[in-house]
Design a binder for this molecule. Structure first.
Ligand SMILES: [Zn+2]
Length: 391
C-alpha cells in the first residue's frame, strides 16, 4: 500500500504541513499568537493524515511478505534486472523476467530431510514462542505476548519469521497455558495463517473442544516425517491450572530430543519424575517458567540432563528471570545455557545421526560491525552449592 500512502502523504506534508510549521516556529519565537495558530493548523492536518495512514496500514492486504531467497536466486534476479536495463536492441531481453522467478518463489536453506527437525526459540521479549519444523510439517508452541490492541509478539516476530520461511499453514498450534506471555498472540496467528489442529492446556477452553481443538493430554502422540511428538503432561482430568496445567511436549528422533515444558513448577516436575522419568532425558530443554526459582529443581534437571538450556526472557524483565541460582544449577550439571535477551532468537537443527546438531543464535549470525568491541555481558554467577533447591 506504500505507493498510495506516499502519493497522499508526501504532498500533504510538503505543501501543507511544512509551509505552516516554518513560519509558525519563527512567529512563535517572536511572541506572535499567529505562530501558535499556524502550528495548531499544522497539527490538525497531521492528525487527519495519521488517521488516514493508520487506516490504510490496517487493511489486510496492505503488506505482503515473500520468503527469503537463496544467494544464487538473488544473484540471478540482479543479473536479470541489469540486462533489462540495457538498450532495447538486446535479443531475448523480454525473457529476463523469468530469471526473477526463483527469487520470488524459492526459500533459502530451510530444506529438511525425513528424520530431521528444527526448534527455533524466537526472541519475543518476556514470554515464549517456539517453532518446530520437520521435513513437511510445522508446529508453533506458544505465541508470545499481546502488548496492546495492535501490538503483539506474534505480529512483530512470529508471523514474519514464519512468512520468511515460506510457511502460511501450521499443522499444529499448541498454547501451553493461558498466560498472556504464552497465549496472547493466538488471535493474530489464527488470522495470519491457516491452522490445522490446536491444543490447549486443561486450564481453559472447557467445552471448546471439537474435532480440531483439543486439550493436550499425557500420551497424545503423533509422528511427522520420522520425528516423534508426545505430550507428557497434563494427564486427563488434571485439576490444577495455569502454570502447572502447562502442556509439556517432547519431540524426538533417533538421535536427539527436545523438551518444551511451558511454565511448569516444581510440583509438576516431581510428578513427571514419578510418572514419565524415562521420557525426560533431552538434548535441548527450554527452561521451565523462564528460569524462575519456582522451577528447575535439581532432581528434575538432573533427569533431563540437557546438553543445551534456553531461557526465553525479556531484557531486564521485571521478574529478574532467569534467576542466577537457576542458571548456575544448570551449569553445574554441565549444560550450555543461552538467554534469548542476550543471544536473540536461537535455532537448533537436529540431524538424524548422533553428533549432527547445529546451534545458531541470531546475534552471532547477524553481528553488527561495532559489536565485537562491546564487552560480553555475563550473568553474575552465584555459588548455590549450599542453597537448598526449593528456593
Ligand atoms: Zn511464562
Amino acid at each position: 500500500i506504500s505507493p498510495v500512502a506516499n502519493l497522499i502523504a508526501v504532498p500533504v506534508v510538503s505543501l501543507g504541513v511544512v509551509p505552516l510549521v516554518l513560519p509558525g516556529v519563527l512567529l512563535g519565537a517572536l511572541g506572535s499568537s499567529l505562530g501558535n495558530w499556524l502550528l495548531q493548523m499544522a497539527d490538525q492536518i497531521l492528525h487527519g493524515l495519521m488517521w488516514l495512514l493508520e487506516y490504510l496500514g490496517g487493511m489486510s492486504w496492505a503488506a505482503f511478505s515473500l520468503p527469503i531467497s537463496s544467494a544464487a536466486a538473488l544473484g540471478f534476479a540482479m543479473l536479470a534486472v541489469f540486462l533489462l536495463l540495457l538498450p532495447r536492441g538486446l535479443p531475448g531481453r523480454w525473457l529476463m523476467p523469468l530469471f526473477l522467478l526463483p527469487a520470488v518463489t524459492g526459500t533459502a536453506g530451510l530444506e529438511m530431510r525425513p528424520g530431521q527437525f528444527s526448534v527455533d526459540i524466537l526472541d519475543v521479549g518476556q514470554g515464549l514462542a517456539t517453532v518446530v519444523m520437520t521435513a513437511n510439517h510445522t508446529l508453533v508452541f506458544d505465541t508470545g505476548a499481546r502488548f496492546s490492541r495492535r501490538s503483539s509478539a506474534a505480529r512483530s516476530v512470529v508471523l514474519p519469521f514464519l512468512k520468511q520461511a515460506g510457511i502460511d499453514h501450521l499443522d499444529v498450534l499448541v498454547l501451553s497455558h493461558d498466560d498472556n506471555d504464552h497465549a496472547g498472540g493466538e488471535s493474530v496467528i489464527m488470522r495470519g495463517l491457516t491452522v490445522g489442529r490446536r491444543y490447549f492446556s486443561t486450564s481453559r477452553q472447557k467445552g471448546r473442544e471439537s474435532g480440531l481443538v483439543s486439550h493436550c493430554n499425557t500420551g497424545d502422540r503423533w509422528q511427522w516425517d520420522g520425528v516423534d511428538f508426545e505430550f507428557l503432561h497434563p494427564p486427563p482430568g488434571w485439576a490444577s491450572g495455569d502454570n502447572n496445567g502447562s502442556c509439556v511436549l517432547k519431540i524426538s528422533n533417533a538421535a536427539f530430543g527436545a523438551l518444551l515444558p511451558g511454565d511448569i513448577e516444581q510440583p509438576v516436575e516431581k510428578f513427571l519424575l514419578q510418572h514419565e522419568a524415562e521420557k525426560l532425558p533431552s538434548t535441548l530443554l527450554v527452561a521451565p517458567h523462564h528460569g524462575s526459582l519456582t522451577s528447575s529443581s535439581r532432581d528434575f534437571i538432573a533427569q533431563v540432563a540437557p546438553q543445551w538450556v534456553v531461557f526465553s526472557v525479556g531484557y531486564h524483565n521485571r521478574f529478574g528471570f532467569p534467576k542466577p541460582e537457576v542458571v548456575a544449577r544448570y551449569r553445574q550439571l554441565g549444560s550450555e545455557t543461552l538467554e534469548t535477551d542476550r543471544s536473540g532468537g536461537t535455532s537448533f537443527r537436529f540431524g538424524s545421526q548422533p553428533g549432527d546438531l547445529q546451534v545458531q543464535t541470531w546475534r552471532d549470525a547477524h553481528r553488527h560491525w561495532w559489536q565485537p568491541w562491546m564487552p560480553e555481558a555475563e550473568n553474575e554467577l552465584v555459588d548455590t552449592s549450599a542453597t537448598p533447591s526449593f528456593l
